[in-house]
Design a protein around this ligand. Structure first.
Ligand code: PGA
Length: 240
């Protein structure tokens, strides 16, 4: 795994953008795997700025997102589809028809997982952006998720519900379930770009880079990926 340690969040976001920009420049029809959460917002800001200043186009780009809360859709500003439009898609020239995310409101959740897995098979990703949870999760693959997992419904752990409650009016409003790409789907991306900032991620980052490869730390599977880059700030790298 390539590890890039940045001084701070701004530098982390800039360096992550450099990795992303190379993929988009080399292939204007690339498939980008994208993530939500606080961590990649700076990367998306850099992409928007570059689009505005340098005219980098996303017209032919396709995207697939990692996960979505079960029960939420664009009508909820805590949904991940809302997040993606607000933080990226509304500010670049991407065709929304080329963007994909699980349908949180799907009536038949098993059928929605099957639809998404088929879609992922059709759209091999050139790069997958990831954040990491303080418990070592990637997407909503919580500790104990099988490495062979594909898109499925998960019961969120108490620690994830607590971490994510800052986005909601109260902890009771955080959905208890989510759709998530599985670890096998994530590993199928040609390139992985994982980002982490802040001291509360230091333990998870240690597990990602130096810990045992174990399903108890889902991110540790990335040690087995042939082209994975971690970009993190000093605080998140403090245990390495
Ligand atoms: P965060 O979430 O970027 O909001 O810290 C990361 C994650 O839980 O994967």
């Amino acid at each position: 795994m390539k590890v890039i340690v940045a001084e701070n969040y701004e530098e982390m976001s800039r360096k992550a953008f450099e990795v992303m920009a190379e993929v988009v420049k080399n292939n204007p029809r690339a498939v980008l795997g994208l993530a939500t959460g606080s961590t990649p917002i700076g990367l998306y800001k850099n992409m928007i700025e570059d689009h505005e200043k340098n005219g980098t186009s996303y017209r032919e780009i396709k995207t697939v997102n990692l996960d979505e809360y079960a029960g939420l859709d664009y009508s909820s500003d805590q949904s991940y589809v809302y997040f993606m439009r607000h933080n990226l898609f509304d500010h670049i020239d991407i065709d929304l028809k080329n963007t994909n995310i699980e349908n949180g409101k799907a009536a038949d959740r098993a059928a929605e997982c099957a639809r998404y897995n088929a879609l992922l098979d059709e759209l091999p990703r050139d790069i997958q952006v990831l954040g990491i949870g303080s418990n070592g999760h990637i997407a909503f693959n919580e500790p104990g998720t099988p490495f062979g997992s594909v898109t499925h419904i998960v019961d969120l752990t108490e620690s994830t519900i607590k971490d994510n409650s800052r986005m909601f009016a109260s902890i009771d409003e955080v959905p208890r379930q989510a759709f998530t790409m599985g670890l096998k789907n994530i590993m199928q991306s040609k390139k992985i770009l994982i980002l982490a900032n802040g001291a509360n991620k230091a333990k998870a980052v240690y597990g990602l880079v130096k810990g045992e490869v174990t399903e108890n730390v889902p991110a540790s599977i990335l040690q087995l990926h042939p082209d994975c880059t971690l970009v993190c700030d000093k605080a998140a790298a403090s245990l390495l």
